[in-house]
Design a protein around this ligand. Structure first.
Ligand code: IVH
Length: 681
C-alpha cells in the first residue's frame, strides 16, 4: 500500500502520527478533555502501529506505541541522583505548622519576609521517582532508593500512560528544554486498586495490602510487561533541574511550566500569601477532611515556600529542607489485645519495650507489634499485659500503643516492670538519672554487637552486599566477630564449612567485604554509629577532615567551628574518639586495609569577594530584581541589610532611590550602580 510513498514522506507521516497521538493522549490523560472521539484516536493509533510493523527502520524508543513493556531485567541497575533526594520534616498539628513558619522567618532577613508565600500540595502516598528528560525525550527514571542512589526503572516507567515519552506534548508550550529532571510519585488510584485486588482474590492470587504497596510493587517489577498491565499513574511535584527552559523564580510557576509541557501535575494546589497563613492552616485541615473523597491516596499536605530564591537561602538541615514541611494527618486507629511485652536491645544498648499484639488490620496492614517507647510510657499510661489497647499507625512510622481501655479490664491483666538484667547477656540494666531510656551497658553484649554490625554493613553505611542481620547474628554467635573491625578478619575457610555457605556465596560475601575497604571515609564514619553522626553529619566532618586520625584529635571547639556541626554533635564525636578501645578500633581498621584517610587534591577556595561587607540595595536596578541583587550579594559572601547605617560598606542604588541614598551620602558611604557591583565582584 505504502510502497509507493517515498521514504521521506513515510518518515514524515510517522512523525506526524506520533505527534498527533502524543497530543491527543495529553488531552485525554492530562487535561481530561479529549478533542477527538475514541474511534478517531484508534484509527491514528492503528495506522502508526501498522507503519511501524511494516517498517522496522522507523521504530523508535520514544514512539507512543512503545508502552507495552517486554523488557526483562535481571536486577535493577543503580543510578546516582544528580543531587541527594532529601526527605521532609513532619508536622502533626497546627502548632507544628505555625512553629515551622516562625522558623522560616527566623532564618530569613526581615526585609525578605514580604516575599514569603507558600504553596500547599497533597502529599502523595506512592513510590517516589526521579525522571530525566533530555532534549524533550524521557531518557531515565529511577526510584529514590537511599537518597543518593536509586534503581533504574526506566523500562517500567515507560509503560505508565500519563507519563509523556516526549515533551512538549502540545506545540504551543514552546521548545523542549535541553534538560529536565523532576521528582514525582508513582501511584495507583484507590478504585483501580480495589478492582485489581478483587480480581486477584477471585483468582486465588495474592492481594496487595494498600495502594502504596501496590504502586511500589508494580513499578519495581523486573519484567516491564507486568508493570504495563498495572493501572499505574504518576504526579510530578518538583522541578530539580531545568536547563534551556524559561527563567523560573517560583515553585508554583515551575509546576505550571511542567503542566504546560504535558507532564502530569496535580491540579489540587494552592498558593497563600504569608499574611493569609491562618487561611492556609484552615485549608490544610479542611483538605484532611476531604481526602477520603480524592481518587488517590494522600497521607498529608506538603507546604513549600514558593520563591526559589528564598528556598535556596533557607537551605536544609540534615536531610530535610527548611523550606518545606510535610503535614501528616492522623493515621488510622485500631483496638487489639496486648499479649506480651518483650524488650529489644539496640545498637547503642538502649532497651525498647515492644508490644506483642493480637494481629490486627490497620490502614490495610497487619500489625503484630508496636513500640512502647520506654518504662515510663508504660507506667504513666498504666498499660498492662492482657489489656485491650488502642494502637495507631501514622504514615511510615512504627505503630504505637496509644492507651489501654481501662473499662475493658477483667482483673486478669498483669502489670509489667523492666527486668533487672539484659535478656541477651544477663548483665544488669541501667537507667541513667534524668533519662527515660534504660541501657544494657555491657559493651560486649552480643545483641548490641549484632545490631552494630548490622548497621555497619548496611545500605547507608559500608553497604556490603549479602551481609545482613542473619550474617551478623551468625558471626557474632560463633565468636568470629568481637568488634566491628573483625568483619575484615573473618575466617572464610571455616565459613565455607557452614551450612548454606557454599563457595559462590562465600566468594561474593568476601568480595563485598573486600570492596567495602575502599568506601569513602564518610561512610566508615557513618558506619561507626556514633551518636548524632548520621550520613549528613559524617559527610560534613569528612569534608573538613580527610583522615580519621586527624578527626580523632580534634577538640570540641575546632569541631564546632564547622558549619553544620553544633556543640552537641561535637561533644559526642569528641567523647567517642576519647575512648581508647574506639581509638584502637580505628587503628585496627587501618591495619586491615580499610580506608581511614583519603588523598585529596587541595584546592584553596578563593575568598569570596564580598566577604565581611554589608550592602544595602535601594531603588530599581536595570536588570536585577531586588531578590536577584540580594541573592547575588549573598552568593559572593556579602551580607544584606535593610537600612543604611555606619556599618554599611556600600549602598547599591538604582532608579528612584530615595531616603537611603540621602542617608548614605550623609554618612559618606560609597554608592554603587548595578554595574559597579558586578565589576566589584
Ligand atoms: S516535595 C526535598 N511534594 O513525600 C523534598 N514531596 O516524606 C522535596 N512526597 O519521599 C519533596 N508528595 O517524595 C514533595 N507534593 C509533594 C509530595 C512529596 C509526596 C514524598 C516525597 C518524599 C516523602 C517525604
Amino acid at each position: 500500500m505504502d510502497s509507493a510513498i517515498n521514504p521521506t514522506d513515510l518518515a514524515a507521516r510517522v512523525a506526524r502520527l506520533r505527534q498527533a497521538i502524543r497530543y491527543h493522549q495529553y488531552r485525554y490523560y492530562i487535561l481530561d478533555d479529549p478533542e477527538i472521539s475514541d474511534p478517531e484516536f484508534d484509527a491514528l493509533w492503528r495506522e502508526l502501529v501498522e507503519l511501524e510493523a511494516a517498517h522496522p527502520e522507523l521504530r523508535s524508543d520514544d514512539s507512543p506505541t512503545v508502552r507495552v513493556g517486554g523488557f526483562v531485567a535481571e536486577k535493577f541497575e543503580k543510578v546516582r541522583h544528580p543531587a541527594p533526594m532529601l526527605s521532609l520534616a513532619n508536622a502533626f498539628g497546627p502548632d507544628d505548622l505555625h512553629a515551622w513558619r516562625e522558623r522560616v522567618k527566623r532564618f530569613l532577613p526581615a526585609d525578605l519576609h514580604d516575599q514569603l508565600s507558600y504553596v500547599v500540595e497533597p502529599k502523595f502516598d506512592g513510590l517516589t521517582v526521579v525522571l530525566h528528560y533530555e532534549q524533550g525525550r524521557f531518557v531515565l527514571g529511577a526510584t529514590r532508593g537511599d537518597g543518593d542512589f536509586g534503581e533504574n526503572i526506566t523500562a517500567n516507567l515507560r509503560t505508565v500512560r500519563v507519563l509523556p515519552l516526549q515533551v512538549p506534548a502540545a506545540a504551543e508550550a514552546g521548545p523542549a528544554p535541553a534538560r529536565l529532571v523532576m521528582r514525582g510519585e508513582g501511584y495507583v488510584e484507590k478504585g483501580d486498586f480495589a478492582r485489581f485486588n478483587a480480581r486477584q482474590t477471585e483468582q486465588g492470587e495474592r492481594a496487595y495490602a494498600n495502594p502504596r504497596n501496590f504502586a511500589a510493587g508494580s513499578l519495581r517489577q523486573l519484567d516491564s510487561a507486568v508493570s504495563a498491565g498495572r493501572p499505574l499513574k504518576l504526579w510530578v511535584y518538583q522541578a530539580l533541574i531545568v536547563e534551556g527552559g524559561p527563567e523560573l523564580t517560583h515553585h508554583s510557576q515551575a509546576l505550571d511550566y511542567l503542566r504546560d509541557l504535558g507532564l502530569p501535575v496535580c491540579p489540587d494546589r494552592r498558593v497563600f500569601a504569608d499574611a493569609d497563613f491562618a487561611t492556609l492552616a484552615d485549608y490544610v485541615e479542611a483538605f484532611g477532611r476531604r481526602r477520603d473523597d480524592l481518587p488517590y491516596e494522600v497521607d498529608g499536605c506538603v507546604i513549600k515556600v514558593d520563591s526559589l530564591a528564598l528556598q535556596q537561602q533557607l537551605g536544609f538541615t540534615g536531610k530535610d529542607p527548611r523550606w518545606a514541611l510535610a503535614y501528616k494527618y492522623a493515621g488510622e486507629e485500631a483496638i487489639t489485645t496486648l499479649l506480651d511485652i518483650v524488650i529489644n536491645v539496640g545498637r547503642t544498648g538502649a532497651i525498647t519495650p515492644n508490644a506483642v499484639l493480637e494481629p490486627v488490620q490497620v490502614s490495610g496492614v497487619t500489625v503484630k507489634s508496636a513500640t512502647l517507647h520506654n518504662e515510663d510510657y508504660i507506667r504513666d499510661l498504666d498499660i498492662r499485659i492482657g489489656d485491650k489497647v488502642v494502637i495507631k499507625r501514622a504514615g511510615e512510622v512504627i505503630p504505637k500503643v496509644l492507651r489501654p481501655l481501662l473499662d475493658a479490664r477483667d482483673g486478669s491483666e498483669r502489670e509489667w516492670t523492666m527486668p533487672p538484667a539484659c535478656p541477651v547477656c544477663g548483665q544488669p540494666l541501667m537507667r541513667p538519672p534524668g533519662e527515660a531510656a534504660t541501657y544494657c551497658i555491657n559493651t560486649a553484649c552480643p545483641e548490641q554487637l549484632v545490631r552494630a554490625v548490622e548497621y555497619f554493613v548496611g545500605r547507608g553505611a559500608m553497604d556490603i552486599e549479602g551481609f545482613g542481620i542473619k550474617q551478623a547474628e551468625l558471626f557474632v554467635a560463633r565468636g568470629y566477630i568481637k568488634d566491628l573491625a573483625d568483619i575484615y578478619h573473618l575466617p572464610w575457610d571455616e565459613i565455607r564449612q557452614l551450612e548454606g555457605y557454599g563457595d559462590k556465596r562465600v566468594d561474593n560475601l568476601r568480595a563485598g567485604v573486600e570492596a567495602s575497604k575502599q568506601q569513602p571515609i564518610h561512610r566508615l564514619l557513618t558506619a561507626l554509629g556514633i551518636r548524632f553522626v548520621g550520613s549528613v553529619v559524617a559527610e560534613t566532618l569528612a569534608q573538613r577532615y580527610a583522615s580519621l586520625f586527624d578527626l580523632m584529635e580534634a577538640g570540641v571547639e575546632k569541631l564546632s567551628e564547622i558549619e553544620g556541626i553544633g556543640p552537641k554533635i561535637a561533644e559526642s564525636v569528641r567523647t567517642w574518639f576519647a575512648v581508647e578501645p574506639n581509638r584502637a578500633l580505628i587503628r585496627k581498621f587501618a591495619d586491615a586495609g580499610v580506608q581511614v584517610a583519603e588523598e585529596r587534591v587541595v584546592t584553596l577556595a578563593a575568598p569570596k569577594p564580598l566577604a565581611g561587607m554589608t550592602l544595602v540595595v535601594t531603588g530599581t536596578l536595570p536588570t536585577f530584581s531586588r531578590d536577584d541583587a540580594h541573592a547575588f550579594i549573598k552568593q559572593h559572601g556579602g551580607k544584606v541589610a535593610g537600612s543604611v547605617s555606619s556599618k554599611t560598606t556600600y549602598l547599591v542604588a538604582g532608579e528612584a532611590a530615595g531616603s537611603k541614598l540621602a542617608k548614605a551620602t550623609e554618612l559618606g558611604i560609597p554608592v554603587l550602580s548595578e554595574d559597579d557591583l558586578k565589576r566589584l565582584v
